[in-house]
Design a protein around this ligand. Structure first.
Ligand SMILES: NC(=O)c1ccc[n+]([C@@H]2O[C@H](COP(=O)([O-])OP(=O)(O)OC[C@H]3O[C@@H](n4cnc5c(N)ncnc54)[C@H](O)[C@@H]3O)[C@@H](O)[C@H]2O)c1
Length: 416
């Protein structure tokens, strides 16, 4: 298979490299930053005349590959997807489809009208952990799902990196955090329940990562800050020990101590986490109701040490407690009374797979296979749009204090 790659940043390079490993290749790249374009072109072995800083020049060639990989930033997806559809490409699209519910619907309708496949990178569906959970539920061994408690634990330093200093700090520059971070979780809830969401409500705010919590005398940048020594967010403590890997490799291309220190002196990742232009929530608590009658609570929180998701699924005849950080799934059948022993087993998901627990490689393989077989991937654009509409509805609920009826929400969008 041949792909064109739009956006050769962190995610684009992940998929570009995976394509190479599978024996496929990247035929052309569009990347706005010349330094990244050069590095990506060399790493992915793309001829110089097939490297473009302007996507329009690449799309002007028409359809020159089997599919497009679109991994630009959230607010650029709509324009790039529409151009790629116009050229006749099937698309592997990074999430979110778009921060705008209306643009999501337009993309869905255009792709379906043209008969084009868009696979949104909901990579969790492709991990051994979430796949196993889905298999247990679908086996019916515990009966139907009745209720779910789900938590996404972002991790304090990870929040500071991505959602305070980083690309996704401000909903006007990217997306609200419920869309940006948690469209994955909403997609997983839809997948597990296999039922559309009917009503949604949310509470949440940005409570900690703001100016009023800055230590006395804190400077705008860590390298100038008299309070840095006692601050766990001191950019040197976060990034220097990770030189050569994530997240230091997001800060600058050249992975040397000198280049990294210079990037912290001048770039966005050296800013004081209490003095950034961030506005996305650092905690949200939500309630969801599904057509099947399942109810779910969902908590999204930055104030955790670990970066993991945990879920408690309550079924008719038993329950499942699972944690993707521990890679453990405990399945328990209910006992007849409080004295007798009950049946319980714990499944340990043994995988060393990196890249979202194997999800990055899994989605790339599934997408490639679907192109050659002309089949659907594990999720269609329409299923992915559902989770995005849920995210938009939850954000609306948070801002207005209303419980959102999903059918009314969709009808209103379609009539505007
Ligand atoms: N599936 C996941 O779990 C997951 C994880 C992280 C990020 N993402 C998503 O992936 C997307 C990219 O994130 P990233 O971390 O790779 O960001 P990034 O900043 O590393 O990469 C984006 C790249 O797009 C380039 N770009 C910007 N405008 C462009 C244009 N007009 N034409 C061509 N290139 C352009 C940028 O220069 C940059 O290199 C985001 O939408 C993000 O939400 C998904």
């Amino acid at each position: 298979m041949k792909y064109i790659l739009i956006g050769a940043g962190s995610r684009g390079m992940t998929y570009g490299s995976l394509a190479g490993k599978n024996g496929d290749r990247i035929a052309a790249i569009a990347e706005i930053r010349p330094d990244r374009l050069k590095a990506a072109g060399e790493a992915l072995d793309v001829p110089e005349n097939m490297r473009f800083t302007d996507t329009a020049d690449l799309f002007a060639l028409g359809k020159i590959a089997d599919a497009a990989i679109i991994a630009t930033m959230d607010r650029d997806h709509y324009g790039h997807v529409m151009q790629a559809l116009h050229c006749g490409y099937d698309i592997l699209l990074e999430k979110p489809i778009s921060p705008s519910a209306r643009e999501c619907l337009e993309i869905e309708s255009k792709a379906n009208a043209l008969g084009r496949k868009i696979t949104v990178c909901h990579v969790l569906r492709y991990t051994a952990f979430w796949g196993k959970l889905k298999q247990i539920i679908d086996s019916g061994e515990l009966g139907k799902i009745v209720a779910i408690k789900h938590s996404e634990n972002i991790g304090s330093w990870h929040m500071a990196h991505s959602f305070v200093r980083g690309n996704w700090r401000n909903d006007q520059l990217s997306s609200p955090i419920i869309m940006q971070k948690s469209c994955h979780d909403l997609d997983i809830l839809l997948w597990l329940t296999d039922s559309p969401c009917t009503r949604a409500a949310a509470f949440g705010a940005l409570t900690y990562f703001k100016e009023s919590n800055a230590p006395a005398g804190a400077a705008a940048r860590c390298l100038d800050c008299p309070a840095a020594e006692n601050c766990r967010f001191d950019a040197r403590k976060v990034y220097l020990p990770t030189l050569g890997g994530w997240p230091a490799d997001v800060v600058c291309l050249e992975q040397t101590e000198a280049a990294l220190t210079e990037a912290l002196r001048t770039g966005p990742y050296g800013r004081c986490i209490y003095h950034c232009d961030n506005n996305v929530c650092d905690h949200m608590s939500m309630i969801l109701e599904f057509e099947s009658g399942v109810t779910a609570t969902f908590s999204l929180t930055a104030q955790t040490n670990g970066i993991h998701r945990d879920i408690h699924i309550m079924c008719e005849n038993g329950e499942i407690e699972a944690d993707d950080g521990q890679r453990e799934i405990t399945v328990r059948r209910f006992a007849p009374n409080g004295y007798e022993s009950f049946e319980e087993r714990t499944i340990h998901i043994r995988t060393n797979a990196s890249g979202h627990g194997g999800g990055d490689a899994g989605i790339m393989e599934d997408f490639t296979a679907s192109l050659s077989a002309g089949a659907e991937t594990r999720s269609s654009i329409s299923r992915s749009v559902e989770s995005h509409l849920m995210a938009c509805a939850l954000e609306e609920s948070r801002l207005t204090g209303q419980v959102i009826d999903m059918e009314d929400f969709r009808k209103k969008l379609l009539s505007e």
